[in-house]
Design a protein around this ligand. Structure first.
Ligand code: APR
Length: 320
């Protein structure tokens, strides 16, 4: 049986980390692609030279020509520019939309059967545009945000409760922006919902409110610390979890930016919702009943995504 092929479009901070993780996990052979000639080749060679020490079997190559991604099973897109301090994800829209157009054409020509995971920001608008530019089936084109946002929420909760991160589950809905919706009532410690933990005296509403706010601004917190770019270890780890769910047909229940066709009252928009990810891509969208407060927050978040999608249409009339 041939090895799976994973193509990484963008060989920057996240792209390099994705390559390292995919190799260590032996998910398949890996192609790093970037417009800056030398960088993908250099990272591929450097990582290949770590293989004898770590003992993994994966062929890593670098390329600056889209033909190299031909036949990829999974494509993870991080091409574009990241945030600098003071920038919002939305400030990246104009530049990264052009990048999505080029990547979409590359996918259409060389990897039409791939499962595509977009990480480039502003996430929900970029994955929407990438699906349009590529013409790939919407259930095979998703955005990575919810796995990362819920991982941040889980980490903060685990610290607050002084328990293992493994036993904390978290539920985050909505767009990947500062108005995302971390759901307190659907987040748990070993199955015990957070509101019950307040009643049990484990924490207070005020502390939980502060954690929710920190989660919403989790990306900005890292940008402010790094100063030269945005987060990459946790984003890459989250992207790999989604790739693995697809490649191994795990049918994992993961929050991803998925194409909605009426679910949650939203049409032709990508936004973060719980999904089942397996060999078919997005095999199911899980539609929970939101309470009034969650509904209001979700709608606000969707409205922000809509504004960005309209801005994309304004910049590139082909998307309208
Ligand atoms: N085609 C291919 N690669 C491109 C293109 C393009 N048209 N334009 C830029 N790139 C490459 C850059 O050369 C760079 O190597 O994309 C890479 C981006 O890497 P970084 O600048 O290190 O950014 P990174 O931290 O990896 O984040 C990438 O993910 O989380 C988002 O906001 C983040 O949009 C950003 C993206």
């Amino acid at each position: 049986m041939a090895r799976k092929k994973i193509a990484l479009i963008g060989a920057g901070q996240i792209g390099g980390t994705l390559a390292h993780l995919a190799a260590l996990k032996e998910l398949g052979d890996i192609v790093l692609f970037d417009i800056v000639d030398g960088v993908p080749q250099g990272k591929a060679l450097d990582l290949s030279e770590s293989a004898p020490v770590d003992g993994f079997n994966a062929r890593l190559t670098g390329a600056s020509d889209y033909s190299a991604i031909a036949g990829a099973d999974v494509v993870i897109v991080t091409a574009g520019v990241p945030r600098k301090p003071g920038m919002s994800r939305d400030d990246l829209l104009g530049i990264n939309l052009k990048v999505m157009e080029a990547v979409g054409a590359g996918l259409r020509a060389h990897a039409p059967d791939a499962f595509v995971i977009c990480i480039t920001n502003p996430l929900d608008a970029m994955v929407w545009a990438l699906q349009k530019f590529s013409g790939l089936p919407p259930q095979k084109v998703v955005g990575m945000a919810g796995v990362l946002d819920s991982a941040r929420f889980r980490f903060f909760l685990a610290e607050e409760f002084n328990v293992s991160v493994e036993d904390v589950t978290a539920f985050v809905l909505g767009g990947h922006g500062d108005d995302m919706v971390p759901s307190v009532r659907y987040s748990t410690v070993a199955g015990i919902p957070l509101p019950d933990l307040i009643k049990m005296g484990w924490t207070t509403q005020a502390k939980l409110d502060a954690i929710v706010e920190r989660t919403r601004k989790g990306g900005g917190e890292i940008v402010a610390l790094l100063k030269t770019g945005s987060a990459y270890y946790a984003p890459a780890t989250s992207g790999i979890a989604m790739a693995e769910a697809y490649l191994k047909d795990q049918r994992r229940v993961l929050p991803v930016a998925a194409h909605l066709t009426g679910q949650y009252g939203v049409t032709d928009t990508y936004v973060g919702v719980p999904t089942v990810i397996g060999a078919g891509g997005v095999e199911r969208i899980v539609e929970i009943t939101l309470d009034e407060a969650e509904k209001a927050m979700f709608e606000k978040s969707v409205a922000s995504v809509h504004t960005l999608i309209e801005a994309c249409k304004g910049i590139n009339p082909a998307l309208a």
